[in-house]
Design a protein around this ligand. Structure first.
Ligand SMILES: NC(=O)C1=CN([C@@H]2O[C@H](COP(=O)(O)OP(=O)(O)OC[C@H]3O[C@@H](n4cnc5c(N)ncnc54)[C@H](O)[C@@H]3O)[C@@H](O)[C@H]2O)C=CC1
Ligand SMILES: O=C(O)C(=O)[C@H](O)COP(=O)(O)O
Length: 361
């Protein structure tokens, strides 16, 4: 339980998190002090009097950052939590919240658009393909729902959910390996029974059929980036849509050049996804403090024009393009060329407004 006698909360928040002022300028009827910092530059010195720390995926939150600070609440406006030492937070009794599902729709739309683009480029009939979805949580399920609504076939792989008795039908990774499109939606798990480190490795790539597409919008190290480059360099006909990179902000430039679509970790960057991310932290903080939400999510969400599909899979990409131009995202990244490591954060910070176009929520 927080100290209710504390009159003014000190908040440090990532400078790229929207709506922080609107949602956190006042808390429990009292004003707060908010400091905005670049996510990669938050140091222990910045936190000496901080009660609440609000981050995104680029801030490593661990003992090295928090030791000796008064931080009592950590929130990340992201789905992934691999940048947070959850054991340390729990040992220290620090309250924690992430934003599960917040940007799942944005990622699903990124995946659909990638598939549509690939089909147009390679002259592929989408009614004849099978998409293999690895990880059937919030994002993977959303991708499945979108594909189903368009009549595109898919298979699901998720050993943890299967073991837990999820009633959907799952297949092995071996079976996924033979799909025409493989899309990864797993968390980054460095070790353990369900480790996802290099889940897509050289053996997996070797066994895949030619002319397949791999989409990675989960975490960079789920795909062995060196193996991916080498197998294509050696002549295998395979396509990549890559939003995440091993060792970001570093990017394997040769792999970027080979990719059909290359983007700087923006798959989930819809306006709505970012809004939901911050809002979920606001809800969590209110709940922790026993307060009602004074602001509703609906007040903050933009009204976006929705896409109407004519039922023709053949023209899918051209009909999506006015709503989401993934080639423009690819172009922004490619045009910085060899400077991509230096520009990676800037590309993300200055990402143009993107609205969700599918009515599948
Ligand atoms: N590129 C981007 O902008 C974004 C990337 N992400 C990434 O996507 C990941 C997935 O997001 P959600 O679906 O919301 O997470 P989630 O936690 O809802 O689902 C992840 C699923 O992966 C499954 N899984 C775990 N280990 C597995 C393994 N070895 N093989 C197959 N399945 C496994 C889990 O059982 C779970 O069902 C996040 O952890 C994050 O890293 C999420 C949002 C945006
Ligand atoms: O939610 C996640 O997980 C993500 O990967 C985020 O969408 C990444 O965005 P930032 O937190 O790095 O802005």
């Amino acid at each position: 339980m927080p100290n209710m006698s504390l009159l003014m909360w000190n908040i440090v928040a990532d400078e790229n998190m929207p709506l922080v002022k609107e949602l956190f300028a006042e808390f429990g009827g009292e004003p707060t002090r908010i400091k905005r910092l670049s996510g990669r530059c938050i140091t222990p010195k910045n936190l000496y009097n901080t009660d609440i720390l609000l981050v995104r995926s680029i801030t490593q939150v661990n003992q090295a950052l928090l030791k000796g600070s008064p931080v009592r609440f950590v929130g990340t406006a992201t789905i992934g939590t691999d940048h947070i030492d959850l054991d340390y937070l729990s040992q220290q009794g620090i309250e924690f919240s992430s934003a599960p599902g917040s940007n799942a729709q944005g990622v699903a739309e990124y995946v659909l658009t990638s598939i549509a683009y690939w089909a147009e480029k390679r002259n592929i009939d989408l009614s004849e393909i099978k998409v293999g979805i690895i990880g059937a949580g919030n994002v993977g399920s959303r991708v499945a729902k979108v594909l189903e609504s368009l009549g595109i076939d898919y298979l699901l792989n998720d050993p943890p959910l299967e073991a837990a008795g999820d009633s959907r039908s799952f297949v092995s990774l071996k079976e996924i390996n033979q799909c025409d499109v493989i899309t990864c939606h797993v968390p980054f798990l460095a070790s353990g029974q369900y480790s996802t480190y290099h889940l897509i490795d050289d053996a997996f790539l070797e066994d895949m059929p030619e002319y397949a597409l791999i989409i990675n919008s989960s975490r960079g190290a789920v795909l062995d980036n060196v193996a991916a480059y080498e197998i294509k360099h050696a002549g295998k006909k395979i396509d990549y849509t890559l939003d995440v990179w091993e060792g970001e902000p570093k990017v394997n430039l040769k792999l970027m050049e080979q990719s059909l679509i290359a983007t700087p970790h923006i798959a989930g960057y819809s306006q709505e996804g970012k809004t939901r991310g911050t809002y979920q932290l606001y809800q969590a903080l209110n709940q922790w403090h026993g307060l009602e939400n004074a602001i509703s999510l609906d007040e903050l969400l933009p009204q976006a024009p929705k896409w109407h599909w004519d039922g023709n899979l053949k023209g899918l990409y051209q009909s999506i393009k006015p709503y989401y131009d993934i080639e423009a995202d690819d172009h922004r990244m490619r045009q910085v060329g060899a400077n991509v490591e230096q520009k990676f954060d800037l590309l993300r910070k200055t990402y143009p407004q993107r609205l969700e176009f599918l009515d599948t929520l």
